[in-house]
Design a protein around this ligand. Structure first.
Ligand SMILES: Nc1ncnc2c1ncn2[C@@H]1O[C@H](COP(=O)(O)OP(=O)(O)O)[C@@H](O)[C@H]1O
Ligand SMILES: [Mg+2]
Length: 406
């Protein structure tokens, strides 16, 4: 299985997620790369439809990735094959072109050999990608099963006869859970719409416990205890367990959504616009709750928002997305101090401040990509303009931004 740097909790590497739209394709996420370190809050920002949710859903494997890789805890959990297929096609076309133009027998043999070797490499990469995409959870479960066995078998061997039965039951329970573990359940997603994301026919207890039960927990006492613990942790009370989602306010529903994620004891939370549907007065409460949980559990958070004001104080680093592309990425302070990409500037100009004088003068900058960039010849890519500050630009723009930074 392909491995990667383990200090980085999540690594997105040239992720592409394309959707078929009749004959054409919609590039919802197009060559996006970023890392999230353990314990970090990474804000992903951009207007509606730019691909934020698709990025999140790709990470938790709700889609098969078109191209690129996703690594979690160093294990490749998502891998697409399109880039390899394209590379094969391109290499074949190049060879055919040369052959048509005329090659000596000797040259032809050499190029053909090179081509075959290259195609072989790409095919091996495709095979490995398909394998990882399919088997990452299975291998992880096998590891967990081995750990449980290692823990319980010696215990059982030396247990007194009176304890044996209880221990054996516990062992069986743990073994079942280990077999059911999926690496991706350590990444939990909190959704934008707390109404649509909670099943109205289930009680709060059933909603919060669902993941545990899927994971193989059968002990009703354990389930109840954990559900109550979670309810209290998110600022609700145990009496709420027997009620239904419609009996709660928007903010409370989002707390239920948070409890449902946290009960899985995740390493990482993807919070997809968790406060966008809430009243402004309630937004801060939910953000504070996430902040508390982050500190308590050392959670790593991918926080998705459509405007910068929400992520400003909460994120360590921010990535700005526009139409499927990451256009700028930097530590939060840096992004607010030295925004370079015109789209980032436009997002910043949209943040209202509680200052009437400033508000009177505030001019919203409108981003018009066609007027801003000339990418007809020199194509853009994501470049590091100063340590940790990345920007999507071509050579001419890079020079211009460098000047601006001075
Ligand atoms: N399952 C899907 N099938 C086809 N198109 C989709 C699908 N999901 C999202 N899209 C499209 O992909 C683009 C990005 O959507 P999304 O990731 O939801 O954006 P955001 O979360 O930033 O608002 C949009 O144009 C959307 O219509
Ligand atoms: Mg979305």
């Amino acid at each position: 299985m392909e491995k990667n740097n383990e200090e980085v909790l999540l690594k997105i590497d040239h992720l592409c997620q394309y959707f078929k739209m009749g004959k054409s394709e919609l590039k919802a996420v197009d060559d996006v790369s970023f890392d999230i370190k353990k314990g970090e809050v990474f804000g992903l920002v951009g207007e509606s439809g730019c691909g934020k949710t698709t990025t999140g859903r790709s990470i938790i494997k709700l889609y098969n990735v078109t191209s690129g890789n996703i690594y979690f805890k160093g294990v490749r959990i998502g891998a697409g094959i399109r880039s390899y297929k394209n590379a094969i096609e391109k290499a074949r076309a190049e060879y055919n072109e040369k052959k048509t133009a005329g090659l000596s027998a000797e040259e032809d043999a050499r190029l053909k050999k090179e081509l075959d070797a290259f195609v072989g490499e790409q095919k091996a990469a495709i095979k490995a990608a398909k394998y990882d995409q399919k088997n990452c959870d299975k291998e992880y479960a096998q590891q967990r099963v081995a750990q449980v066995k290692e823990k319980y078998e010696p215990l059982l061997a030396k247990a007194a006869p009176a304890e044996k039965e209880k221990l054996a039951k516990e062992y069986k329970n743990e073994l079942r859970k280990a077999k059911n573990t999926k690496l991706v359940t350590q990444i939990q997603m909190i959704f934008q719409d707390p109404i649509a994301s909670l099943d109205p026919r289930l009680t709060v207890r059933e909603i919060i416990a669902e993941g545990l039960i899927i994971q193989g927990e059968r002990d009703k006492e354990v389930i109840d205890r954990k559900v109550y613990e979670m309810l209290e942790m998110v600022g609700l009370v145990r009496e709420h367990a027997s009620r239904y989602p419609h009996e709660f306010s928007g903010g409370q529903r989002q707390r239920i959504g948070v409890a449902r994620s946290i009960i899985m004891n995740p390493d990482m939370i993807i919070a997809d616009e968790p406060v966008s549907a809430l009243d402004v007065s309630v937004q801060a409460q939910v953000i504070n709750l996430l902040n508390e949980l982050r500190e308590k559990f050392g959670l790593t958070i991918l926080f998705v928002a459509h405007d910068l004001s929400v992520v400003k104080y909460f994120s360590d680093r921010i990535g700005v997305m526009y139409f499927g592309k990451l256009v700028e990425m930097a530590p939060s302070d840096e992004l607010f101090k030295n925004p370079l990409h015109p789209y980032t500037k436009s997002l910043l100009s949209a943040i209202p401040l509680p200052d009437p004088i400033y508000e009177k003068q505030r001019v919203r900058i409108v981003y018009n990509p066609l007027a801003e960039h000339d990418y007809t010849v020199d194509k853009p890519s994501l470049r590091e303009i100063k340590p940790g500050h990345f920007i999507q630009c071509n050579e001419a723009e890079y020079k211009k931004y460098m000047e601006e930074l001075k």
